[in-house]
Design a protein around this ligand. Structure first.
Ligand code: S3P
Length: 450
């Protein structure tokens, strides 16, 4: 029997919450803590399926969890509380051979091999679920081989991926597509390679790896579109703080924007500008109901509280540099566009076809099934604003972001939405349903938005 979850239309969404910890930053925190000397405290590590895969992977190669999940709670000044994970690293050159199950985690599949490829010895096999087995690894194999790595993949491009430790040398690699995962993989390899390694980005992508490695003592510099990393002898991360995930907050940012009468406050959200393209897109669509109040920086990552209210929207053009800055939020842009006046066009987003599902197909199918007017194109989609969505049934296809898109669509729809396989949300946001329901029937927040 398939798992079906019904989401009724909701009146206004009100209240405050802290979305879960950032998935991208948590993956990097576990890997960089494992590369480190001695013990690293990770404050607020994401407890979700994907990041459990990463913790299991770093343990398989020899890192030790000093505190097991569920992690020890610590008090914070703002009273929100956070978990603390203490990881004892193996050092930059101390990973031991293992078979690694990456589960559904594409970031683990693409980043970890960069580190393993430069080990003095050892052999690793990385494999995962059905979705992972469709996700290309040739994009990392090519630059790593250029650096001297020994790798093998099914049909030269798909997992399982085999990696053997080998001496690496620095290179200059121009990314054919803007991908933070590929950039990060090459930077990890660059820590172990002779000389200097340069990665040239066609467009800016998320830079959490660079920020975290600098904080751990690595020599990383940027020259325009090029990121340069030098060989390192050791890393000392010490302490890594994980903000709330902008990509998880994004479901509530769009929900509040499209459900009339809403007013939400999202605490402690990571607002690294390489992640917040959705805010720029929504502002271009006409909302003035989003206010971002800085709460400073932790570990080189900016953090803010975000207040969002309902707003009318107009269609807009999305493409070029927008795409990597909002790559995981483009499904939500398509949902918002159904509630806008006029046409929204998303271009230059072929990469969406290579995510946990083919998100051009799964988003268009989902919105179409709910009464939206959306046409897929080779590199994106065209959405005609239809003044809202009727409702209906959608299939998440095991993709966490499609499952949560369906739930938000249900809240904003006229008749409600049934989501097949809502359980997929546990990949990044196990408490999503509970958090969504907690925002109903709440008293107004005190001050107006702004
Ligand atoms: C990620 C980068 C993005 C994003 C993915 C996480 C990361 O992928 O879609 O969810 O953590 O580096 P690409 O950089 O490959 O587009």
């Amino acid at each position: 029997m398939s798992d079906r979850t019904h989401f009724d239309p909701l009146g206004e969404l009100r209240g405050a919450l802290r979305p879960p910890a950032d998935k991208s930053i948590s993956h990097r925190a576990a890997m960089i803590a494992a590369m480190g000397e001695g013990e690293t405290d990770v404050i607020g590590y994401l407890d979700a399926a994907d990041t459990r895969s990463t913790l299991a992977a770093v343990q398989a190669i020899g890192a030790r969890l000093v505190h097991e999940l569920p992690t020890q709670a610590i008090e914070r000044d703002d009273g929100l509380g956070a978990s603390r994970l203490r990881i004892a690293g193996v050092g930059l050159r101390g990973a031991r051979s293992a078979e690694i199950d990456v589960g559904n985690a594409g970031t683990l599949l693409r980043l970890l091999p960069g580190w393993l490829a430069g080990q003095p010895e050892g052999k690793w096999i990385l494999d995962g679920d059905d979705s992972i087995r469709r996700r290309p690894v040739d994009r990392i194999a090519e630059p790593l081989r250029q650096m001297g790595a020994r790798l093998g993949a099914r049909e030269e491009r798909l997992p399982p991926l085999e990696v053997e430790g080998a001496p690496l040398h620095g290179t200059t690699y121009e990314l054919p597509v803007a991908s933070a995962q590929v950039k990060s993989c090459v930077l990890f390899a660059g820590l172990l390679a002779e000389g200097e390694t340069r990665v040239v980005e066609p467009l800016p992508t998320r830079d959490h790896t660079e920020r975290m490695l600098v904080a751990a003592g690595a020599e990383i510099a940027r020259d325009g579109t090029t990121v340069i990393v030098k060989r390192a002898e050791r890393l000392e991360p010490g302490r890594i703080v994980v903000p709330a995930d902008f990509s998880s907050a994004a479901f509530f940012i769009v929900a509040a924007t499209i459900v009339p009468g809403s007013d939400l406050l999202l605490h402690d959200v990571g607002t690294n500008p390489t992640r917040t393209g959705l805010l720029d897109i929504l502002r271009r669509m006409g909302t003035e109901e989003i206010a971002v109040e800085s709460r400073g920086e932790e570990g080189g990552e900016p953090i803010a509280d975000i207040r969002v209210g309902h707003s009318g929207l107009q269609g807009c053009e999305v493409g070029g540099a927008d795409v990597p800055l909002a790559i995981d939020e483009l499904p939500l842009v398509a949902l918002a566009a159904c509630f806008a006046e006029g046409t929204t066009t998303i271009r230059d987003a072929t990469e969406l076809r290579r995510k946990e599902s083919d998100r051009i197909a799964t988003v268009c199918d989902a919105l179409d099934a709910l009464g939206g007017r959306v046409e897929p194109t080779a590199d994106g989609m065209v959405i005609e604003g239809s003044g809202g969505l009727r409702g209906g049934t959608i299939d998440s296809h095991g993709d966490h972001r499609i499952a949560m898109l369906g739930a938000v669509a249900g809240a904003a729809s006229r008749e409600g939405v049934e989501v097949i396989d809502m359980g997929a949300a546990a990949v990044s946001y196990p408490a999503f349903e509970a958090d969504l329901h907690s925002l109903q029937h709440r008293p107004p927040l005190h001050d107006p938005v702004h």
